[in-house]
Each structure stands twice: as C-alpha cells, then as structure tokens.
Design a protein around this ligand. Sequence first.
Ligand SMILES: OC[C@H]1O[C@H](O[C@H]2O[C@H](CO)[C@@H](O)[C@H](O)[C@H]2O)[C@H](O)[C@@H](O)[C@@H]1O
Length: 595
Amino acid sequence: MQSRIEDYAVVGNGRSAALIGSNGSIDWLCWPRFDSDACFASLLGTADNGYWKIGPAADGATVSRRYVDDTLILETRFATADGEVALIDFMPAEDQRPELVRIVRGLSGEVAMRMDFVVRFGYGALVPWVTRLEEGEGIRAVVGPDMVVLRTTVPLRNESLHTDSEFAVRAGEQAVFTLSYGRSYRPVPVARDAARLLAGTQTAWRDWSARSRAHGEYRDAIQRSLITLKALAFVPTGGIVAAVTTSLPETLGGDRNWDYRYCWLRDATLTLRALMRGGYFGEAARWRDWLVRAVAGAPEQLQVMYGVAGERRLQEWECGWLSGYEGARPVRIGNAAADQLQLDVYGEVMNTLHEARIGGLPDDPAAWALQVALVGHLEKIWRVPDEGIWETRGGRRLFTFSKVMCWVAVDRTIQSAELFGLEGPLDRWRLLRDEIHRDVCERGFNARRNAFVQHYGSDDLDASLLLMAPVGFLPADDPRVVATVAAIERELVSDGLVLRYKTETMHDGLDQGEGTFLACSFWLVENLSLQGRQAEAEELFARLLALRNDVGLLAEEYDTHARRQVGNFPQAFSHTALVDTAFNLLKRRSASPQG
Ligand SMILES: OC[C@H]1O[C@H](O[C@H]2O[C@H](CO)[C@@H](O)[C@H](O)[C@H]2O)[C@H](O)[C@@H](O)[C@@H]1O
C-alpha cells in the first residue's frame, strides 16, 4: 500500500497538508491542523487505516507529475493504452478552509477510472458513520467531533466500510471531487465551485512566487523549496512546522521515528532565514509575533519546540495500532524532546531576529525586550550540559556546537544593539562573548584528534561543527576549522554524503544506524565553497539536487545503501539548507573574477 517516501508529493493550505503518491493515493492527511489526528493514515499502516485513491481502473499506466508552474497545485498525468488523463490536486488557498479538491481531466481518448475512499479518523483507528447527502452526489462521514463531506460529479457506491466509484473520462470532460472537513455538530460545509477555487489558488501561489528573489541557475530549485517551506507555515498563528509527517523512519525498519508536526525554534528560524533570503518578510513578522507570544513572560521557561499555536504540552505516546512505515515501529505522536534543554536554539533565534532587522523588519519593542531577557538567562546557563542540536536521548553533555551557538546568540544581540541603537548592557555582553569563545577554543578542540569534537573531552566528530565557519565563529581558513572539515570528510562521509555523527560510538540512547543527513551534506558544500574548493562544492551540490524527487522534494535523510529518501517528509531542515547553499554559491560565483 505505502509508496516509497520519494514517490509522495505534498499539497497544503497553510493549516494542514496531504501526501499524495504517484499512484494518485492520498495516504496521509491530518485535519484541521498539521498536528490533528490523521483521517488517512495508511502511510504508517495499511489500507485499513485510511486512504483516498483516484487512478486508472487498469494497472500499467505511465505516470508523470509536476506542480503547475510556481504553485502547490499538483498535476499527475496517467497515460494508458486508451487515452490520457490529468489528476489535479490542491487545497484552496482563499480561506484555508479544510478542503481538498481533486479534478480528473480527460486529455485524450477515453480512460476508465476508479476511486477508492476509506476514511478512518483517530490516526486510522475509527470507522465513521456514513450517510448520503440529501442534495447532489456525496456522503457525510462522522465520528465524534469530526466530519468529512465528500461531494462529486460521478456516482458513488458504499460497500463494506468503503466508498468507491467507477467512471470514465473522455477528452475534454472532467470529474470533480471535493472533500471538506468540519465539526460534526456544525452544519455540513457548503459546496463551492471547484473551477473558481482552482483559479483563485493558482493566482494566490503565482502572486506569491512572483515576489521571489530566486534567480540564476538554481532558480527553480530554490523556488520549489521556498514554496515547500511556505506550505509548512501555519497561517493563523505564524508558527512553522518541521515537516508534515510523524514517524517516517530515519532507518528503514528502525526505531528512529519521530513526530515533526510541531514548531521547533531551531527549524522555524532556519525556515524564516530561507524565506527572508527569498524576499519573504511577511512570514518573518508573523513568526516574530508568534515567538513573543509563545515564549512570553519567563525566559527560563523557554521550550525548544511548541505546538503551532504555541502549546507547550506535546506529550509523546506510541500509536500501537499503526504498524509503521514499512514496519518501522513505534509510530510516535507528540515529541518528548519538547522537555529538553538545547542551548543552540538561543543562537538560531537571535541570528534570525538580527537578520530580520537588517532586512528591514520594523522593530518591535516587545521582541527586543524578549531578546534582552533571553541573553540575561543565557548568561546564567550557557555553561551547563544540554541535549544538543540532535536532541540525543543518551543524557546531557557539554556539546561544542551548543556553546558555539551561545556565542552566536550573544554576538548577534551585540550587533543588533550596535547597528540599531538598541539599549542593553553592551560591555557585559562583550565580555560574555569573549569568554564563550575562549571556552570553545580551549575545551572544544581536541589537539590529539586535531579537530573540534562533538562534546568537551570526547574524541567523536559531529557534523554540526560544519556550521562553525558559516556562522562566523572562526574563519573558514582557520587551520582548526580546516582540520575539522577534513576529519569530517574522512570519517563522517558515507558515499559522498554526511552523517550527523557515528551512532556506533555516540550512544545517543537509540538503536544504531541512520541515513546520511541532508542538511549536513549541504553544510559541507558551504565549507568547501568557503575554502575556495568551488568545483568540489558545486559537484556535491549538484549531487544533492539530484536526490530531490520528481517534484523537487526532500526528506530529512538519504540512505546511501538503499538509495532511498528516509525520515520525515518534506522536511524544512533539508529545504532551508538547500536554499541557503544555493544563494551562497550564486553570490560567490558572481563575486569571483570569472563570475
Ligand atoms: O535523533 C533523535 C531526535 O530526532 C529528532 O530530532 C531531529 O529533528 C528535529 C526536527 O527537524 C531537529 O530539530 C533535530 O535537530 C533533529 O535531531 C526528534 O524530533 C527527537 O525527538 C529525537 O530525540
């Protein structure tokens, strides 16, 4: 039932998103929010956990897919011996009402089609009570507070807990399906005109994309990533999720399965940086307001992640009735990492707020007051061990990268104060910045290994340290940085791509082994380029671009043995790193004498 991860495309509307396989099957959809219960969950289980498939009745069609121009409207073409049809899938942009529209258009000949609809609320567990609509062709499916309404232009048949339809589409004809979500105690959502919704959605995405600064050789790759990142933003609040899925495994068949449908300060700020580089500052303003609301009063209560509206309790539990993606169990809902201490997030937040100011985002006194309070708190806690950027579950350590990012937090706050005349104890902050820098250089560098190491006193390498030069902690040609990059290239590169760390020696509290981490691989490109190894940088970048699926999407990791994308999908981290690296390569190319 499940497709390969890279066979999925995403459609969304700024509140939720659906994954659609190249076979026309929607195997994942949570409504009404990204983190709501799924009503189609076969992605993580079996057909009985819910899916909605539209495709040719006979097997053997040739499939090709694309997004319509610079939009999030998916077009899947099925070419059969009898003719060709296009399946158009989208969520209307106009009001973010939870709705999915599917239009089958006949392009040539006459194609016999089939639709199968199995809706199961509660992450695939609950069979709804299904009734026919009084007007028009359609059904209403209800369980407890949840309701979906399926309307269509073709006849439906209800049989053994399953709704289906067999219909034919000739060239020039079309069949339309709309699925709307609502609360079961509210009236049935009114029917809307699919053609009008399609036109409006197309215009909204085209207008958004027209504002982009993406350019040059990587223009299309950058823009597709920006659209994907935009699709991860929860419009009503400004929160941004790390991915639209939970528990797509980092190792096929393994237990590294996590719920990413939340707003990590780290992932969200990196997403914003990418959107701002693309010219999109509106999202930055909304996210900053979200941050001020989410963190609110006490800086010592800062969490590393929140729900999309700023919720703090993201309790992790295992969804025992789902058998997992290709059997990878457990399927986890919620994320216990919410209770961790990860000091790097201070650096990512301060860096993004600083860049937003430079980009012209009007200042907000509440945001500056929050920053001053956060640095005040960091001053007290930067020396303590934490769980680090990788959210390890094997106990707290003095992670070198966490300390580097504490330096970034203080450095960017000082820079903001200096550049924009903002008030703060500058002399004290400057002393703090120097102290953190000294600490990292003395305790994070292992002379015997001739490299900065994962945590103080260890021999392990860590790919997060590829960010030392890009964040400006040390120059890229500093001999210690050059040696660290060389050591990572020797020891953490697998088939040309970068592992986060060695799970064999790191003891992160989980089973051994995982795929190569795509964001880290982009960070290696950045270091090669900063070291002037341009040809190598561009070659690795081209390789990474080639790993995107047919519609330009990336998961979190890549399994170089199975040659498959692994981990949650599509993932913000990977797409932000793509955008950043592409812009940097283009900038350096145009600055070079030959550029
Ligand atoms: O590796 C164990 C941890 O994996 C997840 O964290 C990863 O995803 C986060 C969201 O993209 C990212 O911010 C983090 O840097 C990654 O390591 C998972 O969410 C954790 O619960 C888990 O401990």
